[in-house]
Design a protein around this ligand. Structure first.
Ligand code: GTP
Ligand code: MG
Length: 198
């Protein structure tokens, strides 16, 4: 898919104030600093459409970006930054949970995980929660520029093994690097293929 336009629409902390139309949307979620906002900029060829930072906790609201005037990318705050409890539901700010449980326009979530790290309980718990709530999701491995190809393969095998403990199938996954542009076409083509079925 070719991106012809990408515009910021609105930020808010209340799911009821998100854009009130029926365009399909895709949300990026994951730990703070994993690269959600950077990936939005990479996919849209825009340096600072979404605000990024080396410090965790930069994105604090639900941010809607309209792409090609007919679908949305949604940038969300990271979880795991304001750690208040081990229980996933308490850790995720309430509006993130609200967003995922109430937003009917959400077609799929993308759970971003840093390719360098072992599967983290918080990410696995969040995927479990999405599954229990029947919210489709794919996994996006970020920062692939930080590892050599062999290490990437090994990491993904390890991840699969952990996921197979609780899932019958490995969710769809994508390998990306925002700094090197890796994974852009595959991810955009995947979104396009879903948009074409709606
Ligand atoms: P929050 O908004 O705090 O939840 O973080 P975020 O997930 O939106 O992360 P953000 O995109 O702000 O990126 C965090 C840091 O990781 C920044 O310093 C980015 O430059 C860096 N980063 C993001 N993606 C990549 C990548 O693909 N490769 C490398 N090497 N660095 C990356
Ligand atoms: Mg961000």
């Amino acid at each position: 898919m070719k991106i012809t336009s990408a515009e910021f629409v609105v930020s808010n902390s209340d799911v009821s104030k998100c854009p009130n139309n029926i365009l399909p949307e895709y949300a990026f979620i994951g730990r703070s600093n994993v690269g959600k906002s950077s990936l939005i900029n990479m996919l849209t060829n825009r340096k600072s459409l979404a605000k990024t930072s080396g410090k965790p906790g930069k994105t604090q609201l639900i941010n809607h970006f309209i792409i090609n005037k007919n679908w949305y990318l949604v940038d969300l705050p990271g979880y795991g930054y304001a750690k208040v409890s081990k229980s996933a539901k308490k850790v995720f700010q309430k509006f993130i949970t609200d967003y995922f449980s109430k937003r009917k326009q959400l077609v799929s979530a993308f759970v971003l995980v840093d390719i360098r790290h072992k599967p983290q309980p918080l990410d696995l718990e969040f995927m479990q929660w999405l599954g229990e709530n029947l919210i489709p999701f794919s996994i996006i491995f970020t920062k692939a520029d930080k590892l050599k190809p062999k290490a990437i393969d090994k990491h993904i095998d390890d991840y699969k093994n952990i996921l197979f403990e609780s899932w019958e199938e490995m969710p769809n996954f994508f390998i990306t690097s925002s700094s090197k542009g890796i994974g852009k076409e595959k991810l955009l083509d995947y979104i396009e293929s879903i948009n074409n079925t709606i």
